[in-house]
Design a protein around this ligand. Structure first.
Ligand code: MLT
Length: 304
């Protein structure tokens, strides 16, 4: 009998890949053979001596002490691409929310008072404050051309946008194969100077920390909209808020709320829900459950 410790809610569809006659699965269990988790931070956790594998139902693994796991010979499985469509859809939503001032407009509409005639009058007077911009012909920069970045590029092209992609690890030719008609940039700075919107799809590592900072903001177009659905820390939030207040940045959509961001009129914050769709949760759980099972039962490491 294999024992599986779940440190977050994992989709039942995925857990069903582990037959219960051979697997005991619980959120509290002693001597686990494997851990399945989503965003639980394992860094301060005592690693059980029985542990043989870790499966993260998501793409990034920065909540897992991967180096320590390697030293212990414990493979870490993840699910790259399994939630890419969900993230892409929220990036598009974020662009549209910012471009059409949806959040302040919704706030305005739901706070209207009086009878319907009064509301109608207030609407006529107030709607001029929410005039937006359209996406065709505008330029989106995508930094990071993995599974999510490529889907974002293709979706933006379908909306009539110009798209510039940059990924230090992928050649321009490869990016072209993955996403048709994406222009290339010679560097992050080159990309940032040319775009009306920028979306990040890179992990948080030393090289990507505060990729958007006060210096870089100075060289970006006035009114640029910044989208961070990747990891908290890739964007220097304080610098962006200052740039918004100075009229330089037009909007910031960020999947990582904080006290600084949550009440700012030009910032939309969401509770890290890029990957939170039923389909993505199922896909991720199936992918890691299959990998963990293959490893526990046959010793094979098939990371996706
Ligand atoms: C990911 O790395 O794919 C996401 O953080 C997944 C999640 O939200 O759990």
């Amino acid at each position: 009998m294999y024992k599986i410790l779940t440190l977050n809610n994992i989709s039942v569809t995925g857990l069903d890949r582990l037959p219960r006659d051979n697997y005991e699965i619980a959120s509290e269990i002693t001597h686990p053979d494997a851990i399945l988790l989503r965003s639980y931070k394992m860094h301060d956790m005592e690693i059980p001596a029985s542990l043989k594998a870790v499966g993260r139902a998501g793409a990034g693994v920065n909540n897992i002490p991967v180096d320590r796991m390697s030293e212990l010979g414990i493979p870490v499985f993840n699910a790259p691409g399994a939630n890419a469509n969900a993230v892409k859809e929220l990036v598009l939503t974020g662009m549209l929310l910012a471009s059409r001032n949806i959040c302040p407009a919704w706030d305005f509409a739901r706070n209207l008072e009086g009878d319907d005639a009064a509301i109608s009058k207030a609407v006529e007077a107030g709607k001029k404050n929410f005039v937006g911009t359209e996406l065709p012909g505008r330029t989106l920069g995508v930094i990071g051309l993995g599974a999510i970045g490529v889907l974002v590029c293709n979706a933006a092209k379908a909306l009539g946008m110009n798209v510039i992609g940059y990924d230090p690890d992928i050649s321009v030719q490869r990016a072209w194969q993955l996403s048709s008609d994406v222009q290339s940039a010679s560097s992050v700075d080159d990309l940032l100077s040319r775009v009306d919107y920028v979306s990040f799809h890179v992990p948080l590592i030393d090289a990507t920390k505060h990729m958007i900072n006060a210096d870089r903001l100075k060289n970006m177009k006035d009114g640029v909209v910044i989208l961070n659905f990747a990891r908290n820390g890739i964007v220097d939030d304080e610098a962006v808020v200052k740039a918004i207040d100075a009229g330089k940045v037009g909007g910031y959509v960020c999947d990582f709320p904080s006290n600084l961001l949550k009440n700012h009129d030009k910032v939309v914050t969401l509770p890290h829900m890029g990957a939170s769709t039923r389909e993505a949760e199922e896909n991720c759980a199936i992918m890691v459950a299959d990998q963990v099972r293959e490893f526990l039962e046959n010793g094979n490491v098939h990371n996706s």
